[in-house]
Design a binder for this molecule. Structure first.
Ligand code: DGP
Length: 113
């Protein structure tokens, strides 16, 4: 069994609050929300992070960016939202499985660093 927390969530071995699923993509609510709406969108394939995106696996990233606006619409984020992917230690990546945070539901701080 994979040691990756997000692979375990996809497999159903760790419970999650699912908001979307298809054959390639899974989305669920962040356990430690930083905004009224905080959703993580992940590929079902284990990709460690942005640095591991290649010509071979990038179609799932494109699929994620098709799914994100559909989730945002379903969540009522018509006033806007932020998409973030932390890559590596300096960015604060804590789970080494590619993921995109959707943050919204209030005006967000513009502070980036
Ligand atoms: P990052 O710092 O970019 O690697 O974000 C990882 C996010 O994953 C962080 O916001 C908390 C969330 N997270 C970690 N473990 C779990 C979990 O078991 N369940 C859920 N729902 N979220 C988790």
């Amino acid at each position: 069994m994979s040691a990756c927390i997000f692979c375990k969530i996809i497999a159903g071995d760790i419970p999650s609050a699912k908001v979307y699923e298809d054959d390639k993509v899974y989305a669920f609510r962040d356990i430690n929300p930083q905004a009224p709406t905080h959703i993580l969108v992940i590929p079902k394939e284990h990709i460690p992070g942005c640095d591991a995106v290649t010509a071979e696996n990038s179609p799932v990233v494109a699929r994620i960016f098709e799914v994100i606006p559909a989730i945002a619409k379903a969540e009522g984020l018509q006033e806007g939202y932020r998409v973030v992917s932390n890559c590596g230690a300096h960015a604060g990546q804590t789970v080494p499985h590619l993921h995109f945070h959707i943050l919204g539901g209030k005006p967000l701080s513009l502070e980036m660093a």
